[in-house]
Design a protein around this ligand. Structure first.
Ligand code: GAR
Length: 209
């Protein structure tokens, strides 16, 4: 099986990124390597963590780009340069807080995954955990999905439910959801790398389950 080169896009802490790097280090995901981590924020903690694990880390400054499309084409160049190609690479969004242009998403069609801290289609966009608390739901959770041009709406790969407890704050709920994110994102990546995910319209078929 050829190695799948993975590019991870981040903006901050990078705990999901670390969960994936560790899953590869511990051979829970085989046949893949993280070729590069790219952040739009210079101060992102994820950049240091990636380097500590021997992964190339790149800060790509949005201020240097003429437009969203220009930024995304620069992203594409860095990814390709590191061997993450639209043909056989994989792009993971892990707390990447920029919207991607349709051109970028189409270039990598079906090869971009995102993790979101709610049970989509509930609570897309920002502050998903706060939205869940404001709506007084009893259960929330997290979702790994393929990325399409529309925000947080691509075909769903995996979800985990998390009970909302009486007295939860955005912080306590986020922390419990995050623990589940760290479990399901590496599983989804493993399934992708093993070629077991097939998109059929809105549905993701998981082979061999
Ligand atoms: C995670 O909770 C992730 O689900 C969320 O940002 C956090 C990043 O944490 N992503 C979104 O809200 C995307 N819409 P991390 O940097 O520690 O992985």
């Amino acid at each position: 099986m050829p190695t799948c080169n993975i590019g991870i896009l981040v903006s901050g802490r990078g705990s999901n990124m670390l969960a994936i790097i560790r899953a590869i280090e511990r051979k829970r995901i085989k046949g893949a390597r993280v070729a590069v981590v790219i952040s739009d924020k210079r101060e992102a903690k994820a950049l240091d963590s990636a380097m500590r694990h021997g992964v190339d880390a790149v800060w790509l400054d949005p201020a240097e780009a003429a437009s969203r499309l220009d930024y995304d084409m620069r992203l594409l160049d860095v990814l390709k340069d590191k061997g993450v190609t639209p043909k056989d690479g994989l792009v993971l969004l892990a707390g990447f807080m920029r919207l991607l242009s349709p051109e970028f998403v189409e270039a990598f069609g079906g090869r971009i995954l995102n993790i979101h801290p709610s049970l989509l289609p509930s609570f897309p966009g920002l502050r998903a955990q706060e939205q869940a608390l404001e709506r007084e739901v009893k259960v929330s959770g997290c979702t790994v999905h393929f990325v399409v041009p529309e925000v947080d709406s691509g075909p769903i790969v995996l979800q985990r439910a998390v009970k909302v407890e009486e007295g939860d704050t955005p912080e306590t709920l986020s922390a419990r959801i995050l623990r589940q994110e760290h479990l399901i994102y590496p599983i989804a990546v493993r399934l992708f790398v093993e070629g077991r995910l097939k998109i059929e319209g809105r549905k993701v078929l998981i082979r061999g389950k």
